[in-house]
Design a protein around this ligand. Structure first.
Ligand SMILES: *Cc1c(COP(=O)(O)O)cnc(C)c1O
Length: 362
């Protein structure tokens, strides 16, 4: 068997080996059809069963909340940044955003192109190294919705809880932590995520939304940019990214096999604690970037005493088979992305490497 890297890529990111092997086994002849899933009609019975299975599994993992639809869209989470205000921000309303860093900022910027916005809370004062308290979120008059980013992939912060804002729709970008822990979908009007971090390959964006929110969209919008188009056609208005959706279905099976979201959360907590403990126990050789209360269990960001030492760390790590430990170019430092599919063994290998590197360089 070929050797697998210790893969800490931020996205596209590691996929479960079991899923890759399953996909490989049925790659050229899917369910005895004599073709791969990529080669068949998206209107045929075989593909449609995979499509519907993936939707059902997604809701089942979330406890089958009633009144929600699962959409499979394209254009990444970045297209959602624009579709959300296009579809939901009406005349005389304001789109409310919680500003927590790079991705929240990009979402806000798109809304500013469409209409009136309001920053309901921000952690700019700490350069986004912590999160606003839920009590500090102050909605504008006539809020169309409140948008939050559950996990800031670049800075390495993650909300542990979400506010109750009554009848105002709460919309959440969960691109980098969806299905990494249990959450109550009923708290949200809509949740969305690019698949390439926790769900599957790039090319699919999953949207979970209340049916009444997406059943009607403004008529002036282009057809593909209306949620109602996709909702009314079971995400089959045009050709869906069928291979990606098949892979998501396999990843969802893999999550079920690991005890569902509770099982996954437990395994993610162990991985995160292992690495944060290595940072905190390093007598200052490594330092975590984020206020401990706001730390992400998905993206662990940390620094060394100098950029020179960080460069040496990355170089030495690459020689040992580690991939993706360089921080995002906008913030520097180091980052270990430890999404669902990153095995505990990779995290253990990383803390062993960190100890060794410290010994050599402290
Ligand atoms: C990666 C990421 C995005 C961007 O996703 P694309 O699918 O590349 O558009 C948006 N939000 C968050 C939180 C992300 O981590």
């Amino acid at each position: 068997m070929s050797k697998r890297a210790y893969n800490f890529n931020a996205g596209p990111a590691a996929l479960p080996l079991e899923v890759l092997e399953r996909a490989q086994a049925e790659f050229v002849d899917f369910r005895e059809s004599g073709m791969s899933i990529m080669e068949m009609s998206h209107r045929g019975a075989i593909y449609e069963s995979v499509h519907n299975e993936a939707q059902e599994r997604m809701l089942s993992l979330l406890g089958n909340p009633s009144g929600y639809k699962v959409l499979f869209l394209q254009g990444g989470a970045s297209t959602q940044f624009a579709m959300i205000p296009m579809n939901f921000l009406g005349e005389g309303q304001q789109a409310n955003y919680v500003m927590t860093g790079s991705w929240a900022g990009k979402a806000l910027k798109e809304a500013q192109l469409i209409g009136k916005t309001h920053v309901a809370a921000t952690s700019e004062a700490s350069k986004y190294m912590d999160l606003p308290r839920l009590d500090d979120i102050k909605l504008s008059d006539h809020p169309a919705y409140l948008h939050m980013t559950s996990n800031e992939t670049i800075e390495g912060t993650q909300f542990k809880a979400f506010p109750d804002i009554g009848s105002v729709p709460l919309i959440c970008d969960m691109s980098s932590d969806i299905l990494s822990r249990p959450f109550d979908l009923n708290q949200f009007a809509m949740v969305y995520a690019g698949a390439q971090k926790n769900l599957g390959p790039s090319g699919v964006t999953v949207v979970l939304a209340r049916e009444e929110l997406i059943s009607e969209s403004p008529k002036h919008l282009p057809t593909m940019l209306r949620y109602s188009t996709h909702s009314g056609n079971n995400s089959l208005y045009n050709t869906p990214p069928s291979f990606g959706i098949y892979m998501i279905n396999e990843v969802l099976k893999w999550i079920e096999e690991r005890g569902g979201l509770q099982g996954i959360e437990e395994s993610n907590r162990k991985k995160a604690e292992l690495i944060y403990d290595a940072i905190d126990g390093s007598e200052g050789f490594y330092s975590g970037c984020v206020n401990p209360d706001s730390r992400s269990h998905m993206n662990v960001t940390f620094r060394l005493a100098s950029e020179e030492l960080e460069k040496a760390f990355i170089k030495a790590s690459e020689q040992e088979g580690f991939v993706g430990l360089k921080g995002h170019r906008s913030v520097g430092g180091l980052r270990a992305s430890i999404y669902n599919a990153v095995p505990y063994e990779s995290c253990k290998a990383l803390v062993d490497f960190m100890a060794h590197f410290k010994q050599q360089n402290a």
